[in-house]
Structures are given as C-alpha cells and as structure tokens.
Design a protein around this ligand. Structure first.
Ligand SMILES: Cc1cc2nc3c(=O)[nH]c(=O)nc-3n(C[C@H](O)[C@H](O)[C@H](O)COP(=O)(O)OP(=O)(O)OC[C@H]3O[C@@H](n4cnc5c(N)ncnc54)[C@H](O)[C@@H]3O)c2cc1C
Length: 618
C-alpha cells in the first residue's frame, strides 16, 4: 500500500517542529556547523504546534538584566505550584538561559510590547511579558529553516529505530508522508523528540459537532510520550495531568484577564467562593494552601467544590475592567492574537464582557510537560548542578542512549511555556552535538529488516480497511475493523470514567484504575484492527495508537501514587490526602518493549536551590 521508501541519513534528527523543535534545530547548527540536521514535522512548521495561532504573552521571562527576578525565584515558583515536586536542576538550567532566548526572539522581529515609562518589556505578571504574537510561530520557524539542512513537513513519525549493535541506543525514526503515502526512514546518530503534549485522551467537554474544541492543541496527540515509552525510556510524573480554568466553550485563556486586567472570579451569588473552601482544603493538603501564589490545582479545587455544591456558574468579573477602553481593547486583542474562537463564541452567545460577566469552566485533563504540570520523559540533568541520581552524561538525554527530549516531552520541569520549551530545545541540541562529538554514536547499525518490519506495521490500517470494507453492512458499520474516530471515543470514555475525567469530577481510585487498565489493554488489542481509508485517516490511526499508549502510562502512574497530591487536577478517592511522608517523591515508570508490562519506582526530590543557599549561609 505504501508508495516508495525514502532513506535519509543524518546526525541530528528533530521530531516535531514546534517551539522546542525549532529551538533544537537552531541550536544544533550553532554547535554542529558541519553536522547534518533534519527536522520532521507532522504539519507545517510555519503554523504547527500549540503556538500555531499565535500567543499574546511570553509566559516565562526572568528579567535578569533589570534585576526583576533571579533563576532561583522561578525554581521556587514552579516547586510551589507543583506542590513541591519538580526537578529543580532542570528548572534552574532553563531559568538561567531563558532570557537569552527571549532576546533572540526580539532580535528576530517578534513585536514585543514595551512599558512606556521604563522602556522594559511590558510585564503582564511576575513572569509574563506581553507581545503582539500572531507571528510568533512563523518567526521561530524561519530560524529553524535557516539552520536545518532540511525540514520535512507533513511527515508523521510513528516509531523510533533502535541500534542493533549496542543495546538501548537509538538509531533514528520512521514515518510516512500524509499527502503522498511515501514511507520515510531517517537513520540518525541522535534523535530529539519534541512532539508536543497530549490532548483528547480524556473525553472533552465539547463533543459531537464541537469536538475539535479543546484547550490544548487538538493535534497534540501524545507522540512525545508514546515514542520514548515504546522503546523503553523511563517516564516521570505521568499522573500529573493538568486541568485548566478557562472561559467556557471557547477555552480562551484567563492569564491576561487575571494579571493585566485585574479581573476576578465569583460564584453565581457574587461571592468569593475560594475563601469558603479554605478550611476543607487545609484538611487535605495542610500548609500548602497557605502558599503564595496559591497553587493552580488548589484554585481549581475550590472551583470544582463550589460547582459540585451548587454554587455555579462561576463567572469572571469583567464588567468593571472593561469600562476602561484601554483594558477593553487588551481584553479583545488577547483573543484575536491567540484564541479567535473565544471571541466568536461570545459573539454567538450574545456576551459582551463589558455588560455580561462571562462563565468559566474547568477543562478535561491534558498530559503535557511544559505548562503548570510536568509529565514526561525522565532525562539527565546538566552536569554542573544535577545530583548524581539525575545525571547520566548528557543534558536532556532520556534513559535511552542518544535519545533526547525537550518541551512537553520532558518531565519534571514545569512552567517552561513557549520560551522555556524553545530554550530546552536548545539545551538538548547542544548536548546531542556533544554526544556525537564524543563519539558516542559510532557504528550504529539499523538493518533493512528493522525498517521493512516497521513499514508493514505502519501501513497495516490501510490494509485492514481495504479488506474489511467489503463487509460493511450499512454506513460505517463494519464487523472487521474499527475506525480511528470510534477508537478515539472509546479511549476517551475509558479515561473519563476510570482515570479521573470530567464526568466523574476528576475522581478515581484503585479499583476503577485497575478496571481502566484492563479496558485499555483490550483497546490496544483491538487497535490492531484499526482501519484507515486514506493517508489522513492513517495519521488518525497512529495518533490514536500514540494516545492510547500514553494513556496506559498515565493510568499506571495514577495507580502507583497512593495519595491526592494535586486536588483540582485529580482525586484518588481511596487516598484523599496529600501524604508528604510517603509520597514527597517523583514517580518513574518503564515499559518493557518486549512484554509491554510497566514497572514503577520512586525517585527522590532534591530541593537544590534552597540547599545551595543553606550551604552558602553556613
Ligand atoms: C491555548 C494555549 C495557550 C498558550 N498560551 C501560552 C502563552 O500565553 N505564553 C506562553 O509562553 N506559552 C503558552 N502556551 C504554551 C506553549 O504553547 C507550549 O508550552 C509550547 O508550545 C510547547 O512546546 P513543544 O515544542 O513541546 O510543543 P509544540 O509547540 O506543540 O510542538 C510540537 C510539534 O510536534 C509536532 N508533532 C506532534 N507529533 C508528531 C509526530 N508524531 N511526528 C512529527 N511531528 C509531530 C506538532 O505538529 C508540533 O508542531 C499555550 C499553549 C496553548 C495550547
């Protein structure tokens, strides 16, 4: 079914040309002048990934040049928001480099807003600076295009290749072109996975005709996790899914509203409901509720409790701020540069925020490593600050040799957002080049047999359809194959009902998780029979398979952590309290590629920043 096979050999292969991928391609060229650098993207890098539509703020800028913040401050901030559990070495490493990244964006022509009085970047909040960011993605894409030897658009990477000389060493990746159906084999010395987070693994609030409307990009399908999981890379904090408080139905972001417009929330009776839930939340999480700023999950928790108690709908009070014409403009522009859909939803529902306070909602859960959450691959830290347990040679290298990660792919390092993801791509690329220079990628052997086997596997859904369609009894009713959309809805139902989705108010427990795992295993079996009628559906089939593998990992992690660490993201009904004594740790998983079984373990959390300061003081 496949058309021709195209081979491409290279030194650095970047999978995914979003924020982290463009950063990786750019930096790889800086350090590896003579290396062959290839970036492979499922869409088109000019408008791909979570920043496709543009952004209105760069959420992560330290401002060291003006003494606004120091890297240590950001580490403390991320630690606090994630209820104590982050990789501080990774966070610190990004924080000390992120400003340089933002300055490059400025040099490349990204329109930055400036504070008229100080001349500095216009702050939206302590960490955020405001931009006219509709052109953000094309600008970083240009930097990648000028750096890489070749950018391949419209190719979905489905599997990583493994070296056959040395165990546990990567050898490249394979995929297919969604327009031509050609099979692509990229044999590479190093691979940097930067394939974004995972939406649509839990049933979304918008179903049926509104199904594509999610907060995180609907095309983020978990390849960032499935690719490393499939080859046995260790993953961390995969239970730490994120739930967002957003404007209802359009998922318009609330950051600029809270921080710049100084709007606030209230329940249907005009009350500050967050205060009402203080005592009960304290019973669950202890002193974490007294931290400033209040961790994101705990603010969600109050929202969810209030709604369950009948206090909804929850509104954002915009009527006051929107009386100021400047703030009104900012409020609308915020959407027009990044989430046009929210403005359209308000227009369609007759909501003018100047006269009506719009409703908020909590989203379905997403899995990602770059926002207020940190699911992803377990990677080595930087050599100068990573503790021994977090260091195995090359910064941002996974536990598979030569396989690196950045952005949503990497776990433990929350709050990187667009600028941090690009920065992490740069860090990973620098280390990947070093790995090659130090001759760690010598004598890699990927046999034709391995490539041929993957070819058969990848195109099988086309075969399933061609054979199975003869038995279609009516419409799409087929006894011999399932379509990608049917499989996706089944996955979302399982995750929603058993792993803590919206229908169950984010509640789960050991029994439901075990049942969920059983159902996911059967789904995996049935996905051998997924059918694709064309190359686009073939992409859908592989997106679904990646989402399902990611979901299995999420479920295993959720079962392993016997506490409710992040109420408001999810609840373990059988362990409703935060348990620092037993669970102030990171969780790690590894799926055995031969058996498909997961093993779980704990890893220590090191509070490097404050330890460093304690030592300096003594
Ligand atoms: C609605 C929304 C609002 C946000 N607001 C802000 C904000 O205001 N400020 C801010 O700084 N950050 C914001 N962010 C966060 C920021 O966009 C992300 O942190 C960042 O884009 C993550 O970078 P990444 O490279 O990991 O993923 P992405 O940028 O999503 O890139 C992943 C890339 O991989 C490609 N890909 C996926 N699978 C495959 C595959 N199998 N093969 C080949 N290619 C593949 C995708 O097409 C995509 O191009 C926002 C995100 C969203 C969704």
């Amino acid at each position: 079914m496949a058309k021709k096979t195209i081979f491409e050999d290279c030194d650095v292969l970047v999978v995914g040309g979003g924020m982290a991928g463009t950063g990786a391609a750019f930096e790889a060229r800086h350090w590896g002048r003579d290396l062959k650098i290839i970036c492979v993207e499922k869409a088109n890098i000019d408008r791909s990934g979570a920043v496709a539509q543009g952004l209105y703020a760069i959420n992560y800028y330290i401002g060291m040049q003006w003494g606004e913040n120091q890297p240590e401050d950001h580490v403390r901030y991320a630690r606090n928001d994630l209820m104590g559990l982050v990789r501080e070495d990774l966070g610190y490493d990004m924080a000390r480099h992120v400003d340089a990244t933002v300055h490059m964006f400025d040099d490349w022509g990204l329109p930055m807003m400036r504070n008229k009085e100080t001349g500095r970047y216009q702050r939206e909040g302590k960490w955020q600076i405001m931009i006219h960011g509709e052109s953000y993605k094309p600008i970083v894409a240009e930097a990648a295009r000028k750096s890489a030897d070749k950018i391949y658009n419209r190719i979905m990477i489905t599997h990583l290749l493994m070296d056959e000389t040395k165990e546990n060493r990567v050898g490249g990746a394979v995929g297919f072109n969604m327009r031509t159906g050609d099979y692509y084999v990229f044999r590479a010395k190093t691979v940097i996975v930067a394939a974004g987070g995972a939406s649509h693994i839990f049933k979304p609030r918008a179903v049926g005709e509104g199904m594509g409307r999610t907060w995180y990009a609907p095309w983020s399908n978990g390849s960032a996790y499935a690719l490393p999981i499939a080859v046995g890379a260790k993953m961390t904090q995969m239970e730490n899914r994120i739930v967002l408080c957003r404007f209802k139905d359009g998922y318009g972001p609330v950051g600029a509203y809270f921080l710049h417009l100084k709007t606030y929330t209230e329940n249907a009776n005009g009350e500050n409901y967050e205060k009402k839930w203080y005592d009960k939340t304290k019973e669950l999480v202890g002193e974490y509720i007294d931290h400033h700023p209040t961790p994101t999950c705990l603010r969600n928790h109050a929202f969810i409790q209030e709604t369950m108690a009948g206090g909804g709908p929850i509104h954002m009070v915009t009527k006051e701020a929107f009386q100021d014409p400047h703030l009104e403009t900012v409020g609308w522009e915020n959407f027009l540069g990044m989430t046009v859909g929210q403005a359209v939803v308000w227009a369609s529902q007759n909501i003018d925020p100047k006269y009506t306070n719009p409703e908020l909602t909590t989203s379905e859960p997403y899995v990602m490593g770059s926002h207020a959450t940190c699911s992803g691959a377990w990677v080595s830290g930087p050599e100068d600050i990573a503790p021994a347990e977090y260091f195995w040679g090359y910064n941002r290298m996974t536990t598979v040799e030569g396989l690196f990660g950045a952005g949503d792919t990497v776990g433990g390092s929350a709050h990187k957002f667009s600028s941090g993801s690009f920065t992490e791509g740069r860090l990973a690329a620098k280390a990947a080049v070093k790995y090659i220079e130090e001759e760690k990628a010598k004598d890699i052997n990927v046999s034709d047999k391995q490539c041929e086997e993957f070819k058969e596997i990848i195109f099988k859904p086309l075969e399933n359809y061609t054979v199975g369609r003869n038995e279609i009894t009516g419409g799409t009713v087929s006894p011999s194959y399932i379509s990608p959309i049917q499989g996706l809805q089944r996955l979302q139902k399982i995750m929603d009902e058993y792993v803590g989705g919206i229908s169950y108010n984010y509640m789960t427990n050991e029994n439901t998780l075990k049942r969920g795992l059983e159902l996911l295993e059967w789904l995996q079996e049935d996905l051998e029979k997924v059918g694709a009628e064309d190359y686009h559906q073939l992409m859908r089939a592989w997106e679904l398979k990646h989402r399902t593998l990611t979901s299995q990992c999420v479920t295993e992690h959720t079962l392993f952590r016997q506490e409710t660490r992040w109420p408001g993201y999810y609840y373990r009904g059988d362990y409703m309290k935060l348990d620092d004594e037993n669970w102030h740790c990171l969780t790690l998983s590894r799926r055995d590629p031969k058996t498909g079984k997961f093993t779980m373990e704990k890893a220590p959390v090191y509070h490097i920043v404050d330890e460093k300061e304690k030592k300096e003081a003594s």
